[in-house]
Design a protein around this ligand. Sequence first.
Ligand code: F1P
Length: 356
Amino acid sequence: MVDLKAGMGAHTIAEILSEPATWKSCLKAMEQTGELQSLNEKLPRSVEWVFIGCGSSFYLAQAAAAAWTILTGEKSRAMPASEITLFPQLFPAACQPVLITRSGYTSEVLQAAEYLEERLHLQTLAITCGTGTPIEKIASYCIKLAAADEKSTVMTRSFTSMLITLQSLAAIRGDRRDFLDALRTLPDQVAGRLNAFHSTIKSLADSRVFADYVFLGQGPFFGIAQESMLKVKEMSCSYAQCFHTLEFRHGPKAIVSPETLITFIISETGFAAEVSVLEEIKKLGATTLAISNVGDSTIRRAADYFVELSLDVPEAARAAASVIPGQLLGFYTGIKKGLNPDEPRNLSRVVMLETK
Ligand code: F1P
């Protein structure tokens, strides 16, 4: 499917296209160990859940927090790990902290974990794709998804696999049997759609490079829009921004021109309101990409490019699949600009800070 010059980005594209199979392995591993059920029994109820991370893992925390409240009815929020150690007064003392870190080595996450365990005496839950990592030693509980670990610097299958695993825990906590059953069907459904996503996004990226990439999403799709923005920044060194869809009218639409690609990750819940922003922004002359589970004539008219997810699962369960077009856009725009998505400029796979 993918013919790349000199293996440029070979790890990243292989890991993106391996997502459905990786999700299947992670879901199976969780079922076999039953660790999510036992965690659900051990972890406190009726407290706020605070999802914590850095970079992609912070945007994952945003998507996970939205899904947590939708599936359990419990309060939740997302915070970058640095906020906990720099402004501890902003952290809710009585809560269940969830530390998200692909590598298990990120300094801000380890510092936050030590502070929460040792100073606030909270039993933290960590989720990681690493094995034998420092976070495992600090956190009280740790979910490990070794099958989702990656060679590439940027997070792709680790992001979606950790999100789906946290959604599974939320569905168990919220007694949402239907959601768990739906998640089990997601890998095969997405495997059947991947070619369509791939060819639409590759033809978009091959057609042109934009001066500015904007990603819009609401609810459980805002964190997904954030992560899609980061993928385009990291892999193609392009200028990219993210907003809540309806917030785009309140000022940011001033940047709209044919040089701006505006990507709408459209929810089912806010469909009418979000599509009316798409129509308005198209009239202002933007180039538009719409990602939605189903498309109607309005979307097909107002979107220059359209990715129809067409997944038979509840809305929140579509979050992981809806980030794949952004991953592919970042990848192919990087390739088009002659960059190697496996080695993004200025980036390292893990941010480890010197301790003063
Ligand atoms: C994740 C992260 C990535 C970023 C870069 C540096 O850290 O911030 O999001 O793309 O690769 O690391 P973690 O999840 O390993 O803590």
